[in-house]
Design a protein around this ligand. Structure first.
Ligand code: NAG
Ligand code: NAG
Ligand code: NAG
Ligand code: NAG
Ligand code: NAG
Ligand code: NAG
Ligand code: NAG
Ligand code: NAG
Ligand code: NAG
Ligand code: NAG
Length: 379
């Protein structure tokens, strides 16, 4: 059972957002980096798996928001990160693997299937260690554009979102050791990444735990019933992540973190979708067989697509709809709903960090200003 903290009725609007940027781009002084898996992948996968037909780049993916131009996001529309970006006035955070992109405000390293441990070698996704390495690369790019003080200031005030672990548990069959050991290792790997980023100067971390894996349409379909193993992993992951972060916070007093409790948030949407404006939390919108749990967008299998995507919590067997992501982003942004603790993500973007006394005046180099993109969706 999920711990449902906020049973507020949320009316989801289907209206397509008009994105306008009231402030000139060069005065924008916020930075956002994203590490994770398919829930946050903005289109990195194609750079890792270029020859494959990737459904996420084809309809019905992207048909709610990126109509006609699916971007590689594993949803009918935006990810939670996109909604957070919209709320904070960012352009959407772009795939880090697209070298021709502009990394002024950060980057998104998330790639579908990403793991912490690599129990099953998968060359078509970036494990967390590689994502952190790539972050170092982006910081090297920043160093070409800004002086050291300025780079440090930006790294320090940026918000770092990390959401990973589910694929490690899906792959647990390749791992030698019992439940306790694998959960400990996955969580320890996440903490290692946080420490590595901390060492570079990062201070504000948003850490998302994994959903109730046993309740995902993909899992229910694939294993025919509740998969106890995956259910145990997900719950243990939630508790262990929480416990170790408290320890980490004691060890590094100037490290600031908040936990987004996706386990309970998504659990509530599955258990009582109608309380939140959805009709269906048990099956995916798009896919084959009993729960539409697999094969969404596949070339070689038949699959169904629902009529009204906003009625569904899940778009495919694992990933949420645009509508569900909008609600999850709301819960992540504003701590009053109880799913993010101890801070809302908005608090992190609002606050300056420990070296706010630097008082640097931002002046974007000319070339950079010329390349800076106005706030509109480019896809
Ligand atoms: C990479 O980014 C460039 C510049 O924004 C864009 O034109 C191009 O389509 C992107 N490539 C892919 C594969 O997304
Ligand atoms: C992550 O991937 C890199 C590159 O494939 C590999 O060298 C490294 O061993 C992997 N890390 C872990 C923890 O498995
Ligand atoms: C570093 O860059 C910032 C912002 O452009 C500028 O205000 C500051 O004077 C520079 N510092 C040094 C030591 O050059
Ligand atoms: C539960 O899921 C795991 C990981 O995907 C799998 O290895 C295992 O066989 C499943 N268990 C059952 C009882 O179906
Ligand atoms: C898992 O294995 C470790 C080390 O062998 C052991 O200490 C622990 O009790 C085991 N946990 C469970 C739940 O079996
Ligand atoms: C995480 O731990 C903190 C402090 O122990 C507690 O207040 C909070 O409710 C916990 N969150 C979850 C999701 O268990
Ligand atoms: C959810 O959708 C699936 C697929 O369309 C359907 O079989 C199922 O009955 C629906 N469940 C509810 C509660 O509406
Ligand atoms: C559903 O799709 C999966 C591949 O994603 C396939 O393995 C499975 O056989 C399909 N099930 C049915 C009933 O077609
Ligand atoms: C968060 O939600 C509460 C209650 O709905 C509201 O009063 C508050 O203004 C919201 N905060 C922000 C930053 O939107
Ligand atoms: C952590 O972030 C919150 C919200 O932005 C802020 O109020 C608090 O002072 C920060 N704590 C530290 C140790 O930086």
């Amino acid at each position: 059972m999920a711990i449902c903290l906020a049973h507020s009725l949320f009316i989801l609007s289907l209206s397509v957002l008009t994105l306008v940027n009231p402030t000139p781009v060069y005065s924008f002084d916020k930075y956002f980096f994203i590490f994770g898996d398919g829930l946050y992948d903005p289109g990195n996968k194609i750079f890792l798996n270029p020859d494959e037909y990737l459904p996420s780049f084809h309809s019905p993916y992207g048909t709610t928001f990126f109509t006609g131009h699916p971007t590689g996001r594993y949803s009918d529309g935006r990810t939670v990160a996109d909604f957070i970006a919209e709320k904070e006035g960012f352009p959407f955070l772009i795939p880090a693997l697209n070298g021709s992109e502009d990394f002024t405000y950060g980057a998104n390293f998330a790639s579908e299937g990403a793991t912490v441990l690599d129990s099953k070698k998968d060359e078509t996704s970036l494990n967390l260690t590689s994502q952190v390495e790539l972050f170092n690369f982006v910081i090297d790019l920043w160093k070409l554009l800004y002086n050291e003080t300025e780079v440090k200031r930006r790294v320090n005030m940026a918000v770092y979102l990390i959401s990973i672990g589910a694929q490690d548990y899906f792959d647990s069959v390749y791992f030698i050791g019992n439940h306790t050991i694998i959960v400990d290792k996955v969580v320890a790997g996440i903490l290692d990444a946080i420490k590595a980023l901390y060492a570079i100067g990062a201070r504000k971390f948003v850490v998302q735990n994994v959903a109730q894996l046993g309740g995902l349409p993909f899992v229910k379909q694939k294993y025919g019933k509740l998969n106890e193993t995956l259910a145990i992993y997900a719950e243990a992951h939630r508790d262990e992540l929480n416990r170790t972060l408290v320890e980490l916070g004691e060890e590094y007093p100037d490290l600031n973190y908040t936990v987004f409790n996706a386990y309970d948030a998504i659990g509530c949407l599955i258990d009582a979708p109608e309380d939140y404006g959805f009709k269906n939390g048990s099956s995916a919108c798009c896919g084959n067989s009993t729960y539409r749990g697999e094969a969404c967008g596949a070339l070689e299998y038949e699959y169904c697509v629902c009529g009204n995507k906003a009625e569904y919590v899940f778009f495919d067997g694992v990933h949420n709809t645009d509508a569900a992501n909008e609600l999850l982003a709301e819960w992540m942004w504003n701590k009053t709903k109880g799913y993010v603790r101890p801070y809302g993500v908005h608090d992190f973007f609002k606050s300056s960090s420990d070296n706010s006394n630097l008082q640097i005046q931002i002046q974007m180099p000319r070339t950079q200003a010329a390349r800076a993109r106005p706030f509109k969706v480019y896809y």
